[in-house]
Design a protein around this ligand. Structure first.
Ligand SMILES: [Zn+2]
Length: 252
């Protein structure tokens, strides 16, 4: 039956040895993180909030930057922990069956759960680091937030005086070509592409499914809502991710 995890699992899934995972906001909602940037995300629906994460406004307006730092401070104070979905993907890696973990999420919860940071490809960057828009120097988010707390409402880069921003991809900001190359390579070189908690409506993530299919991979979609790729998927699961994912990646 479409929508539930089959029991037993299909042989092609238990036999898969190079699984590329593509994760989206849905895997982190059980950890209390709202969907910020999806088609129905917080930022997408609120034009005022969207300015905080739009590069042109951020660069042009010191007041936007001050508000963005306060938003980061508040988000940093949230107590977020990885959940059963993240843990299931750690298990997949420990089975030796993970090719790569490509994520649209910027929350770092895959690494917090125990996924090898070298296996995690963060196509939208990370909130745990800060990057200078001038010289590209990086520091930790904590260091920048400490400066905000100490009275710098918009701390400048210590190396060049440039504008600092969370090391995430803002709207209007180019993706990192090296990161996108790594994601594309993982999509080309997998026997199963497992898309979890992503609506598959935002590129480049959605295009990775096309790449995987063209290279002969099977596709599994785990998402509460229908996606544009359900028709090409070999398996579609609509159950909640927390209980479904451990069963889907169980060793054969
Ligand atoms: Zn700089």
């Amino acid at each position: 039956m479409t929508g539930t995890v089959p029991d037993p699992l299909p042989g092609w899934l238990t036999a898969a040895r190079r699984v590329t995972v593509l994760s989206g906001a849905g895997i982190s909602t059980d950890s209390g993180i709202p969907d910020y940037r999806g088609p129905n995300g917080v930022w997408t629906r609120d034009p005022d909030a969207e300015k905080l994460v739009t590069l042109s406004y951020y660069v042009a307006d010191p007041d936007i930057r001050r508000r963005a730092w306060l938003m980061r401070r508040d988000m940093g104070a949230m107590d977020v922990r990885p959940n059963a979905g993240h843990a299931a993907l750690v298990d997949l890696e420990r089975q030796g069956r993970l090719r790569a973990l490509v994520t649209q999420n910027v929350d770092g919860l895959h690494q917090a759960a125990g996924s090898d940071p070298a296996q995690v490809v963060e196509i939208h960057g990370t909130v745990h680091e800060v990057e200078c828009l001038g010289c590209r120097a990086r520091t930790t988010m904590q260091e920048a937030l400490d400066r905000v707390a100490a009275g710098e409402p918009d701390p400048p880069c210590r190396a060049c005086g440039g504008i600092l921003k969370s090391a995430t991809i803002s709207f209007g900001q180019l993706l990192d070509p090296d990161v996108i190359d790594a994601a594309g390579a993982a999509a080309r070189d997998c026997d199963v592409l497992l898309a979890v908690g992503t609506s598959l409506q935002v590129h480049p993530a959605a295009g990775l499914v096309d790449v995987a299919v063209r290279h002969g991979a099977r596709v599994v979609v785990v998402n509460a809502e229908p996606t544009p790729y359900d028709d090409v998927a070999d398996l579609v699961v609509r159950e909640p991710i927390g209980p479904a994912l451990p069963r889907l990646v169980a060793a054969g």
